[in-house]
Write a protein that binds this ligand. Sequence first.
Ligand code: HEC
Length: 115
Amino acid sequence: MSQSHAAATRRRLPNTILAAIGLGMCLSASPVLADEHQSAGAMGSTIGYTCMGCHGVAGEGSGNIPRLAGVPQEAIAGMMLAYKSDGQAGTVMNRIAKGYSDEEIQAVAEFFANQ
Ligand code: HEC
């Protein structure tokens, strides 16, 4: 009884290991795949949501926080790149802009330009 149970356990073990490895690969690979397959539009909106807490849910701005909605893509991207290179001084935008690649800046600029 205990011997056959042990044999059954041995037979099942490889599948368990394979399943664990497979699951690990899926979990580690999926964020990379998600990035690779994300369109510029999806990337722009994903990043754009992180800006809305300050710039407003429609990018409308308020108080000292400038409007982004409807501002041309080149203008938004140009300002972001200026903050990123410290060519333009700001309170928070330099730090924020440094967190994004030029490609991500173009995508989020396009997102707000189209709001
Ligand atoms: C913590 C609040 C905050 C967040 C988050 C934030 N911003 Fe800003 N943004 C500001 C403030 C404040 C300014 C004014 C410049 C400064 O003080 O840095 C500004 C200015 C800007 C400007 C210049 C607009 C102009 O007409 O001068 C752009 C472009 C901009 N932000 C884009 C973005 C984008 C894109 C994101 C998201 C990736 C973002 N911001 C996230 C607060 C924020």
